[in-house]
Design a protein around this ligand. Structure first.
Ligand code: SAM
Length: 361
């Protein structure tokens, strides 16, 4: 008999994948209905390893012994889909009644921010199968509710920090950045990747021009706002906007596929320590299609003199840094300073500048 359940988890694909490998998470989502004890004297491993076999002892509510079972994880990791399969079997006690057991947990981005877990259990327990089905079905609903509530603890410290920044009122204007239209001038609309898309002002504008957009950000809350705005615009004018929203850390996680490469990759105001921004630039350069364009825009370090609020100087970059970084990686490189007006501390108009790099590969 089979049980299939699908759940949306408020974590990135990599964070959720990591959690599925964590024996602590396995125990937390099972408690208090089933409690597990490792057979090994050394206790549970730090991480389940694909290809290994683990023996655990189970008890209902921590009181009634249920016997022992094997956990035999095998994992696959293809593109944006991760699969964790356990074909463990019951060894002793009531668990030995389960003659076949195939549990598959597949993860993939939902496309609207969270990560989707497709969870399937197929098992046989002879004449006990229908009774066990009921027990497993209730237990599976519990596990999913627990996973949903635990997911926010799987988030990285940086993601949690950005999520809390996006939990108050809107951070940005919702409009496209001033430099965007000029930076993509002359391009034929195709696949675009926005890295650090925030609330999605640029992604929405690109989609409205006909781009098929993948908008990524460390903050899931920011992307949820982007998707809510997309839905409300579509409801208003019935014009489709092709955007998938994927939460990830662009420095450490693989960038989304398909496509394998994008004709336009952009990062607006991806400020951070040198190591972080260089990691970001390297990752982005790696997914630009031959002949494609990478656009990087930052606040000019000189804006600090204009009295407007800016990230600390060590988080910003200038034209020289961009030129040096991309000189040997790109086929052509244009780095310019583009002026624009923004409200100053008293609301008065102030001239500021963006450092704009247009990089062809
Ligand atoms: C200053 S905001 C800019 C947002 C948007 N590009 C805009 O111009 O409105 C920077 C964004 O980068 C995101 N971010 C920071 N580090 C990141 C990382 N390692 N990977 C992906 N996004 C990141 C933050 O969550 C934030 O939304």
């Amino acid at each position: 008999m089979k049980i299939s359940l699908t759940t949306e988890l408020d974590a990135s694909l990599e964070e959720a994948w990591d959690a599925l490998h964590d024996p602590d998470v396995f125990q937390k989502v099972s408690a208090p209905f089933l409690r597990f004890r490792a057979d090994a004297a050394t206790g549970f491993p730090d991480r389940w390893k694909s290809g290994n076999t683990y023996v655990v002892h189970a008890s209902a509510l921590g009181l009634i012994p249920m016997g022992s079972q094997e956990i035999n994880p095998t994992t696959t990791n293809e593109g944006m889909r991760r699969e964790f399969r356990d074909n463990g079997r019951g060894l002793t006690g009531a668990l030995a009644a389960v003659s076949s057991f195939q549990h598959t947990m597949a993860l993939e981005p939902s496309g609207v921010g969270p990560t989707t877990l497709h969870d399937t259990l197929e098992f046989q327990a002879g004449i006990l199968t229908p009774f066990m089905w009921l027990g497993f079905r209730l237990f599976w609903a519990w596990r999913h509710a627990k996973m949903r509530s635990l997911a926010r603890y799987w988030r990285s410290a940086d993601a949690t920090r950005w999520d809390s920044r996006y939990s108050g009122k809107a951070m940005w204007s919702g409009k496209a950045n001033a430099a965007l239209e000029k930076a993509v001038e002359g391009l034929t609309t195709s696949h675009a990747l926005d890295v650090g898309a925030g609330e999605g002002g640029d992604a929405l504008w690109l989609a409205e021009q006909g781009w098929n957009v993948t908008a990524t950000d460390l903050s899931l809350q920011a992307l949820k706002r982007g998707e809510a705005e997309r839905q409300s615009r579509v409801t208003r004018d019935h014009l489709p906007r092709m955007i998938r929203w994927i939460t990830l850390d662009a420095v450490t996680d693989p960038l989304p596929t398909p496509p394998a490469q994008y004709d336009l990759v952009l990062s607006f105001f991806g400020h951070g320590p040198t190591e972080m921004r260089h990691g970001l630039w390297k990752a982005m350069a790696g997914v630009v299609a031959p002949g494609g364009r990478l656009v990087i825009v930052g606040h000019s370090p000189r804006d600090v003199d204009a009295g407007v609020q800016r990230p600390p100087l060590e988080m910003m970059f200038d034209a020289a840094e961009l030129r040096e970084f991309f000189a040997s990686r790109a086929s052509s490189l244009r780095v310019e300073s583009w002026q624009r007006e923004q409200p100053g501390p008293e609301g008065e108009p102030v001239m500021v500048a963006d450092v704009v790099a247009i990089i062809q590969f």
